[in-house]
Design a protein around this ligand. Structure first.
Ligand code: SF4
Length: 371
């Protein structure tokens, strides 16, 4: 049996070296998630194709912002850039045992063509055509893209997507690859932008005058701020940095340290790639089973049978001896199902609406053999 599907050991927990606005938000939801992310521990669950395409769109928007993309009527340059980004992401997916089924992205991403065209329109609207000649985007004010900002002590660092600078005006723009943004997300984006604002002030000694979130459809959302709230956020970020590292340096036993750092909740854990190795997550969901936890389960694989022509279904005996069924599984995606009577853990299943003991394979479902 191939073994990449064997659950890896609990990763080491090392002090964090710096903290970015994005990491700050992550640490606020769960210290343990933020620390493992900061320690560059590789994700144990697949990236969502939606997030991957978002990354590509974000990269292209930044590229355009820098004035690096030339375009003509046939949009050849856009297609070239798009295809090279997609190819790079697909190569990464192909090299991952639990993500290779997500290629090609044109199939796994919902409304792929629509997203691509929306991105093309955004790019095109950034250009001015003159007699069908190739025109390069010329920003009306100097623009700095992917600008690194940091505090003097180098503890808080961040890379701003785009900063427009003139003699009397500094605007920080954060690109987002969606067409809309819900209030909760907007709150997160606002915190990030306010932190960039404070970091810009620390780096250059000037306060920005405007903060904006720019969506894929060119919609801009102004984020209002005061210098005081930006400064307070920066203080809070540093406080979090020291607090986290204090816990790491004072608690030596790993299990204990994990419990001290973890804040398991359906909301935080749902988007966490470290669920497979997170003991506090499993403990918490056991103690509050009525919460809306991610559709994961653990147990012994007791039966595997065909499900239609190409798929299989399995029966799993849970710790409490309850039997559950997982149907519609593509066996080539799940090497862990090759041998019966092994303990397995299955992540990101789809629930059956009628029967709570039946689950379906989802796009991001992964099965690990648990030692
Ligand atoms: S699974 Fe939950 S508790 Fe564990 S690290 Fe992730 S967010 Fe934190």
């Amino acid at each position: 049996m191939s073994t990449p599907c064997l659950l890896p050991p609990i990763p080491p927990i090392n002090p964090i070296k710096k903290i970015s606005p994005t990491r700050f938000i992550e640490l606020k939801s769960c210290y343990l998630k933020g620390v493992w992310g900061s320690n560059n521990y590789p994700p144990l669950l697949p990236a969502s194709p939606h997030a991957i395409i978002g990354k590509v769109i974000h990269e292209i928007m930044e590229y355009v912002g820098k004035g690096n993309l030339e375009i003509n009527e046939s949009s050849e340059s856009f297609d070239e850039k798009w295809n090279s980004c997609i190819k790079r992401e697909e190569t990464k997916l192909t090299n991952s045992w639990f993500e290779k089924h997500l290629t090609p992205l044109s199939t796994s991403v919902k409304n792929y063509d629509e997203k691509k065209e929306l991105c093309r329109l955004t790019v095109e609207s950034s250009f001015k055509y003159k007699n069908q000649n190739i025109v390069k985007y010329k920003p009306s004010v100097p623009i700095k893209c992917e600008l690194w900002l940091r505090t003097h002590d180098k503890i808080c660092v961040g890379k701003a997507d785009c900063v427009k600078v003139s003699d009397s005006f500094v605007e920080i723009v954060d690109y987002k690859s969606t067409e809309t943004v819900d209030p909760k997300k907007l709150k997160e984006y606002s915190i990030q932008l306010k932190l960039y604002c404070a970091l810009y002030h620390e780096t250059y000694g000037t306060w920005p005058s405007s903060l904006k979130v720019m969506l894929i459809n060119n919609k801009q959302i102004e984020v209002r701020f005061t210098k005081e709230e930006c400064e307070n956020l920066l203080k809070d970020t540093k406080k979090t940095f020291f607090e986290v590292n204090d816990i790491i340096s004072t608690v030596s036993e790993t299990k204990n340290l994990m419990s001290k750092l973890a804040s398991p909740s359906p909301e935080a854990c749902h988007f966490c790639d470290f669920r497979p190795v997170c003991t506090p997550y499993w403990e918490e969901r056991k103690s509050s089973p009525k919460e809306l936890w991610p559709s994961d389960l653990k147990g012994k694989l007791v039966r595997k049978k065909p499900w239609g022509k190409k798929r299989v279904y399995i029966e799993v005996e849970m710790e409490n001896k309850e039997m559950v069924k997982v149907v519609d599984l593509l066996p080539e995606r799940h090497p862990a199902l090759e041998i019966l009577n092994y303990e397995i853990a299955i992540f990101s299943l789809n629930k059956n609406k009628k029967n709570p003991r039946i689950f379906h394979e989802g796009q991001l479902t992964v099965v690990y053999l648990t030692p």
